[in-house]
Ligand binder design. Structure first.
Ligand SMILES: O=C(O)CCC(=O)C(=O)O
Length: 307
């Protein structure tokens, strides 16, 4: 177990603790440090919480820069899954302090499945990850964002809308797309305006995540967030995004799912270099052959040294 929550996976109900009734009672019974409990409360309240391990991650930040910098010399904007060749990313992704906080906040064991490195601000449109990655039971996914340098306001900081994780999940159908018609064009035309409309109607205000080097922000799957505008194009904003799922769930891509077909995922497990089978109440569920073949091909073509 990585958490102070003995048997958390076995006992957990069908919702993440941060979304369920009785969080305070659960935290009171959990054998966990006060800082971890405060983290769970922040995440429940705002949908984003900060982990500050002091100087602990600074050396890993330096190593991640050194191990990934070459990608950006050739003009890459973001680098997908550099963890496969970058031991420092794997060390952050499996850092016991991060895993323990996530396990406490969700009541299940987390596993990191994807990484993204950025050299500059992403200027990504406002979205919630629930459109791209969700799970059954719902909500068992989160984003983890590590500042590889101090974030400056002109560099396009991560922006988020505190409290918006409690809004109903916005799907492509909810944004007005007919079932099975999602494309990047109607995503831009429908989803972006729809989420901004909802935020405005609900009175949610944006906040910038002004993190210092080595600080980590964790966001809940349904939190509205994105990359704010870069004011000074010479400014860098080096950062690492990690996506986590949790044990014993079915993993899927809502945006590509239809009423008739759930677009299941076979996520990688950064801790082992293998993948995690989707499960429902402990029993494996199937994944489409196409997904399985893609995972095998990916695994065979990308060498992942073991720890
Ligand atoms: O880092 C950013 O600017 C935004 C990242 C983001 O929105 C995401 O990874 O989902």
């Amino acid at each position: 177990m990585v958490s102070g929550v003995e048997g958390a996976s076995a006992r957990a109900g069908s919702a993440p603790w941060i979304e369920a009734e009785g969080l305070e009672d659960r935290l009171a019974r959990a054998d966990a440090p006060e800082a971890h409990k405060a983290f769970a409360r922040d995440l429940a309240r705002d949908g984003l919480a900060i982990i500050d391990l002091g100087a602990e991650l600074l050396d890993l930040c330096r190593r991640i820069d050194a191990e990934t910098g070459h990608h950006f010399e050739s003009g890459a904007v973001r680098v997908h899954d550099a963890w496969r060749r970058c031991p420092a990313i794997r060390e952050v992704a499996t850092h016991p302090e991060i895993l323990a906080r996530l396990a406490l906040a969700y009541g299940r064991e987390p596993f990191p499945f994807q990484s993204l490195n950025f050299h500059r601000g992403s200027q990504q449109d406002i979205h919630a990850d629930t459109l791209h990655f969700d799970a059954e039971p719902a909500g068992f996914m989160c984003g983890v964002w590590l500042a590889l340098e101090d974030v400056r306001p002109e560099a396009g900081p991560l922006v988020y809308y505190p409290g918006s994780h409690r809004l109903p999940v916005l799907t492509m159908a909810g944004a007005g797309a007919a079932d099975g018609t999602t494309t990047s064009a109607n995503y831009n035309e429908l989803y972006g305006p729809a989420i901004l409309r909802r935020l405005a109607e609900g009175g949610f205000e944006p906040r910038l995540a002004m993190l210092r080097k080595g600080q980590v922000a964790v966001w809940a799957a349904n939190l509205a967030h994105g990359g704010s505008k870069i004011v000074d194009p010479d400014e860098t904003r080096r950062s690492l995004v990690l996506h986590y799922y949790f044990d014993d769930c079915v993993y899927y891509t809502p945006m590509l799912s239809t009423q008739a077909r759930q677009a299941r995922r076979l996520p990688a497990d950064i801790a082992t270099g293998g993948w995690r089978w989707p499960r429902r109440e402990g029993r494996r569920v199937g994944v489409p052959v196409k997904q399985l073949a893609a995972a095998i091909a990916y695994r065979l073509t990308r060498h992942t040294p073991r720890f």
